[in-house]
Design a protein around this ligand. Structure first.
Ligand code: ADP
Length: 258
């Protein structure tokens, strides 16, 4: 009987559903905001190198460049084109890692060996920046993704070199903690990250010092990629950094039960 329905009771029943719909609505709005901000950032980041490429090419096309200028401008075009390529590669990689159901190919591998290869690859860059990089630890066998471990190692070591000082040191440590969890640690005694930025550096395109990042070839997406990979591998990140003293980033892998 419709006259006997208590409206207050109906409202009480509906209340949790209304709250749930409001929360979902809020999530959708926040996601849309983030997407919009990301698109704006990507467009802006692409525009700068593309404007340079176009500008240098135009001067050469008009025959306004001397022979010496041509060499210089070609170099700039090459550098900016590489920067564009790296930005696009990192953006594509982030969108792949964003997928909820990402297929991850795993194999049994020695993480220590991969770290050794990474250190060898980055040796030239470290020498150029007058930074010493070395590795310590022991063989560390994990069933995991070769591609993702390489990306983690490369991004963390590259940052440890680039945000360092002349004569600085980088130590890559592969081992097992007291809970028998395996880990990769990259420690530097470089410029460090001020406390107030330590959470933010994992956001896309967030940099503490934009010009230093760009000068050393950064896209501002490295740590966002690291964060996404850690989620995909069910690992966790421990971080300790102090401005002027250095940074430690440690990736700890969840222990397999069997
Ligand atoms: P980028 O391409 O700018 O290096 P990342 O996402 O790798 O982008 O890092 C984001 C920012 O975090 C960097 O611009 C830098 O300010 C800071 N950062 C990352 N690693 C380090 C480090 N080892 N020492 C000091 N600052 C760091």
């Amino acid at each position: 009987n419709i006259d006997q329905i208590d409206e207050a009771d109906v409202y009480k029943e509906l209340k949790p559903f209304i709250a749930m719909i409001r929360r979902q609505h809020e999530d959708i709005r926040r996601n849309a905001d983030m997407r919009q901000e990301f698109t704006a950032n990507v467009s802006h980041e692409l525009k700068t190198p593309l404007t340079a490429v176009s500008g240098y090419a135009e001067i050469m096309e008009n025959g306004m460049a001397s022979e010496k200028d041509v060499i210089h401008f070609s170099g700039e075009i090459h550098r900016n084109a590489n920067r564009l390529l790296q930005l696009i590669n990192d953006t594509i990689r982030l969108s792949e890692l964003d997928a909820v159901h990402m297929e991850i190919v795993t194999e049994k591998l020695d993480v220590y060996e991969l770290a050794q290869n990474c250190v060898d690859t980055l040796q030239v860059k470290a020498d150029k920046m007058e930074v010493t990089i070395r590795i310590a630890g022991e063989p560390c066998i994990l069933e995991t993704s070769r591609e993702m471990i390489n990306e983690l190692l490369y991004n963390l070591c590259d940052n440890a070199i680039r945000y360092n000082k002349k004569g600085g040191r980088v130590l890559v440590l592969v081992g097992e903690n007291e809970y028998k969890e395996k880990y990769i640690e990259v420690k530097d005694n470089g410029i460090g990250i001020p406390m107030e930025y330590q959470e933010r550096v994992f956001e896309r395109f967030y940099r503490v010092d934009k010009s230093r990042s760009k000068e050393t070839g950064g896209t501002g997406l490295g740590l966002a990629i690291v964060k996404h990979i850690i989620v995909q591998l069910h690992a966790r990140l421990e971080m300790d950094s102090e401005e002027g003293k250095g940074t430690m980033m440690r990736i700890v892998f969840a222990k397999k039960e069997n």
